[in-house]
Design a protein around this ligand. Structure first.
Ligand code: TXA
Ligand code: MG
Length: 349
């Protein structure tokens, strides 16, 4: 369905085929994956790759993930592939896992930010799969998340349109993303396995499969992963994380006394009920009940933050989540979203 003369939002088979042609001609196409929407260029199109960095406002040394069509091409795109990487790829591809490996000569340095390693992933969203298949073997789509640098990733076609409606000509619409958070990134260089970004595949599943411990970035002198910047994935409205119950409630009251309008994101637990009582338009607060299970919470988080960003609140207050592996990826994103606006201290309320 064209929404304006210059931008098309679409998803039929024929439209996927035109999107593939457009990519091969050097166009930039936004497309859905099961994690978030990507802003894609075909890997042999340097001008399109350049355009992605330009319109995102992304520094040139921040590498892009290369999305490939089949595991059979892994040796085409990467060198020195350790056995661990093969096992991870066979178990989790297509899916929300990016593997960092030594790059082959077919990956341009413009994609990797000058590094000799590449991030590779086979997405499982049917539209992403169809688009990659339409391109064919030995073609690939390099794509960051389709948001402006540092902002919240898009989980629907309309989010992409909000960020880039004036700059791109084509968005493939795959509805709301199933996972809603970016892929897990695991580095498999020199036979160490290091988690660079938690995401859709949990560390436990990876450790169970490999029967070994996965290192954290801190333990492995960190291969450079600029997306692991502390401040990232942030809404425009300052976001604070507070322990639930009395802490959060006291913070809300204090901000209201200072004349601030707040939105609270708390899970549907008994401890969230007091916030509901203290929320009303009169005092300028708004309570969003978030799902209790991590999968649904993660799926809704970015859309919720984007929607709240439109409402002109002075603060987003998020109830702290359990310190539990299944909440790890969400907590990671919330901490980065709150980085530029940390609460003064949990003691000062
Ligand atoms: O789920 C996802 O991963 C989405 C979808 C579109 O695939 N993509 C995504 O891309 O989140 P982006 O560019 O927003 O984040 C990719 C992260 C960045 O932090 C980048 O630094 C890191 O992957 N990365 C890519 N190649 C790398 C490499 N060779 N070494 C270390 N980190 C790398
Ligand atoms: Mg991103």
């Amino acid at each position: 369905m064209p929404v304006c003369e210059s931008l098309q939002i679409m998803s039929s088979a024929q439209q996927i085929s035109s999107a593939a042609n457009f990519l091969c001609e050097g166009g930039v196409v936004a497309f859905p994956t099961e994690t978030v929407y990507g802003l894609g260029a075909e890997i042999s199109q340097p001008l399109a790759i350049r355009k992605i960095f330009d319109i995102k406002g992304r520094p040139a040394d921040h590498p892009l993930i290369t999305h490939i069509v089949t595991i059979a091409d892994l040796e085409y795109w990467a060198n020195e592939i350790p056995e661990t990487a093969w096992r991870l790829a066979e178990r989790f591809w297509p899916g929300p896992l990016t593997l960092i490996l030594p790059k082959s000569k077919y990956i341009p340095l413009s994609v990797t930010g000058g590094q000799n390693t590449v991030g590779l992933r086979i997405p499982r969203h049917p539209i992403a799969q169809a688009l990659l298949k339409a391109l064919g073997r030995h073609k690939a789509i390099v794509a960051p998340s389709a948001n402006r640098f540092g902002h919240i990733s898009p989980t629907s076609a309309s989010h992409v349109e909000d960020d880039f409606g004036n700059e791109i000509k084509m968005i493939l619409d795959g509805g709301d993303c199933e996972i809603g958070l970016e892929s897990t990134i695991v580095s498999c260089i020199d036979d160490t396995v290091t988690m660079l970004r938690p995401g859709g595949v949990s560390i436990e599943l990876i450790e169970d499969l490999l029967n070994r411990k996965v290192l954290s970035r801190a333990q492995n002198n960190s291969p450079r992963a600029p997306g692991s910047l502390s401040a990232h994935y942030a809404p425009t409205t300052p976001l604070e994380i507070w322990p639930g119950g009395g802490w959060l409630l006291s913070r809300v009251k204090l901000l209201h006394q200072q004349g601030m309008r707040t939105a609270i994101l708390a899970r549907a637990t008994a401890s969230a009920l007091p916030y509901a009582e203290h929320c009303s338009d009169d005092i300028g607060s708004y309570n969003v009940i978030m799902p209790n299970d991590p999968a649904t919470y993660g799926q809704k988080l970015y859309a919720t933050m984007r929607a709240l960003d439109q409402k002109g609140f002075d603060r987003l207050l998020v109830e702290e989540l359990p310190d539990d592996p299944e909440w790890l990826a969400i907590t990671d994103r919330l901490k980065r979203a709150s980085f530029s606006s940390p609460p003064p201290s949990h003691n000062i309320i």
